[in-house]
Structure formats: C-alpha cells, structure tokens
Design a protein around this ligand. Structure first.
Ligand SMILES: *Cc1c(COP(=O)(O)O)cnc(C)c1O
Length: 368
C-alpha cells in the first residue's frame, strides 16, 4: 500500500496548474510570464518584478540540511499553517473524511478541517495534559485520514515522548497519516520525529521559522514527509507561494551567523522560561504553572479574567486561553526579553496596583 491511497483520488488524478516558471527556466530574455521588465522602487537586487521560484532550491537545500531530510522530502510554504491546510485539502474529502486532534491544542487544525467540511474527531489530552495513545488509537475510525499531534503542545507546553509518537506511527500504518507539529521543538529537550520519516511513509512533520527563528512576519514553514506526499501537495499549492523578500530573509536567518544568533536567543528563552515558571509559581493569585518546554507558559489563576485585564491595563498583552478544554482558569504567557518578563512579574506581584500604576515609561511589546 502507498501512503497516497489515503489521499483524495480526485487530487491524485487532477492535472496541476503549470506556471510559466515551471515550464521553462534559464534564458536571459524573459518574455513568458507577463511580468514587468523593470524592477520596482527599493528592490535592492531582489528582482521582485519577476515571479519567484515556486520552491527556491537554495532555501529547500538549507532547510533540508537543517532538518536532516532529503530535499525531496521537504515542502516550503507560507508558514506551517499553509502545510496544515494543504494536508487537509489533499487527504480529506468534504463531508466524508475527518481529522483527529487532542484538545486543548492549536486551533488551526480544526479551522482547516471545517473550511474543507471535514469532520474533527476530538480525543482530549489526559488530566495531566499527556497524550493518551490508547484513547487516540481506539477513537480513530476509517473516516480519519489525518491524526495531528502537537509536540510540545500549544497551549500547554508539554512534549509528547518520541516513543508515544512512534507507537502511534506503527499502529496507524495503512489507516491515517500522522502529522507531528514541532513548531516549538527548538525550545524543548525532545527529539524530532524526523527520525521516523525514513521508516514510515505515513509520518509527516511540521516545522516553522516563525518561533525560534524570529521570522513570524516572513511566513516560512515546512512540511517534512515522504516524497510522494510532497509531490501530491505541490500539485495543489499556490503557484508562487514564497515572496522573494521572505526567501531572502530566511536564507539570512539560516546562514552560519544567523544560526548562531537564533541559538543564542533560544538559550535565553529557555533560561527565562524556567526563571519565570519558578517566579510565577510563588505569586499571589497563581494556582499552577504548567510545565512547559516551549517559549510560553500556561498559567492557572484564581481569576484569569481579572489578571488578563490587569496585565492589559499595564500594556501587556497575553493570550486568554480560558475557552480551551481544561484551561478555564488559564492564560498563556509568551516568554519575552528579561525586561518584558519582569514587567509581568511586577504587575502580578502587586494585585492592588491598578493600570495607572503602570502607565509611565515607554510601552514594551505593544503593537502599532
Ligand atoms: C505558531 C504555530 C504554528 C504556525 O506556524 P506558522 O509557521 O507561523 O504558520 C503551527 N503549529 C503550532 C502548534 C503553532 O503554535
């Protein structure tokens, strides 16, 4: 059996769009794509008057080396969000097929499924937020084509042990594609599931430059998977998904100097995360700090709503996750600079202080 037997037959059969850039490359006089012959103002040698390469080889090669896969096992898209959407569209027939998720977890899996009119089978995490492998396996029906596992999980922060991921992979063979979302793995002690790719053609891994690599604004994410899955998704992907300026920024980030910088920032985040976890645990109004291996902390409060508003009043925006299963009293706090984190602690330390107590000084972390 091929992993493609799990995919939508109409996608396997369709004739993909063939862009000008795909049909012919090379040549000096480019008159095949109805582009402008003149670079736009401020172009700075990027060549933005030309459509970009659909999958720029230099970027594919750099990412494949970074993630330890062959270039053919990798698809670069507009964030891993795009890869999630492409997977759902390629594998789930509208009104018939489904995905499986373990709430509380990242919201985009369900959103992409709903857009495709695919079902969403929810198998909640256990009370301690670990993944219940037996429960997932027992729940997966023939309609489920994709099983998403987020490790470390957003918004709880815990990784799924690789042996659990591998057990899922073994048991799901021939039944569903296992999609392991490792958006935060750079901040964790965990081992990537990329080691499973050569043994299981129905395992896929999501990686992103949005978190540890400081490129959320450039929208660069990857799917690592069997060559056949990559080939299938390329058939339905937008013809030119990667803007030239974004590719240039990603190559810069992946340069030796960029890698040194990214690793230094990851080390700071990990140290600050552990410092914040200890400090928050002793704060008035804090019930529990969930153990996290990501770049955020999920924190339970006596009154999460009031805490959210108090932080907001001080110019600090955190994520209200009270609507998530089992997190009705929690906020998710991203780890910032040491100075930003101190501001959080200062607000929480003094419950009596209202927003005006923090209106002095320059705002940190506010958005335009
Ligand atoms: C942030 C996040 C993503 C999305 O990343 P992009 O590459 O920016 O689209 C994917 N999965 C999880 C769990 C995330 O938290």
């Amino acid at each position: 059996m091929s992993v493609l037997d799990l995919a939508r037959p109409e996608i396997r059969a369709m004739q993909p769009y063939s862009s000008a850039r795909m049909e012919a490359s090379g040549g000096r006089v480019l008159l095949n794509a109805n582009e402008s012959a003149w670079a736009p103002p401020g172009d700075d040698a990027l060549g933005c008057n030309r459509y970009p390469d659909p999958q720029p080889q230099a970027l594919v090669d750099a990412l494949a080396a970074l993630y330890g896969v062959r270039p053919g096992q990798l698809l670069v898209g507009r964030g891993s969000d795009e890869a999630i959407d492409l997977l759902v569209r390629a594998f789930c027939r509208a009104g018939r097929d489904a995905i499986a998720i373990q709430p509380p977890t990242f919201g985009m899996y369900a959103v992409s499924a709903r857009v495709q009119d695919a079902g969403v089978l929810e198998v909640p995490l256990a009370a301690d937020f670990t993944l219940d492998v037996d429960a997932v396996l027992a729940a997966v029906t023939p309609a489920v084509k994709l099983v998403f596992v987020c490790t470390p999980n957003n918004p709880t922060g815990q990784p799924v042990p690789l042996r659990d991921v591998e057990r899922l992979a073994r048991e799901l063979a021939g039944r569903a594609l296992l999609v392991v979302d490792e958006a935060y793995i750079e901040f964790a002690e965990a081992v990537s599931a990329n080691s499973l790719l050569n043994r299981y053609d129905h395992v896929a891994v999501l990686r992103t430059l949005s978190k540890a690599w400081a490129l959320a604004g450039a929208r660069i994410g990857c799917l690592l998977a069997h060559e056949d899955v990559i080939g299938l998704l390329r058939r339905i992907m937008a013809p030119y998904p990667l803007p030239r300026p974004c590719v240039a920024l990603a190559l810069e980030a992946l340069s030796p100097q960029g890698q040194v910088e990214a690793r230094a920032h990851v080390a700071i985040v990990r140290a600050e995360r552990d410092r914040m976890a200890r400090a928050l645990a002793g704060m008035p109004g804090v019930r529990e700090v969930l153990p996290s291996q990501a770049n955020f902390l999920a924190v339970r409060f006596d009154d999460a709503g009031a805490t959210y508003r108090r932080l907001l009043g001080a110019g600090i925006v955190v994520r209200d996750v009270q609507r998530y299963l089992q997190l009705g009293d929690a906020l998710r706090i991203t780890i910032g600079t040491a100075e930003e984190n101190e501001r959080v602690l200062a607000v929480l330390k003094n419950p009596a202080m209202d927003s005006r107590g923090f209106s002095e000084g320059p705002a940190i972390g506010t958005h335009a």
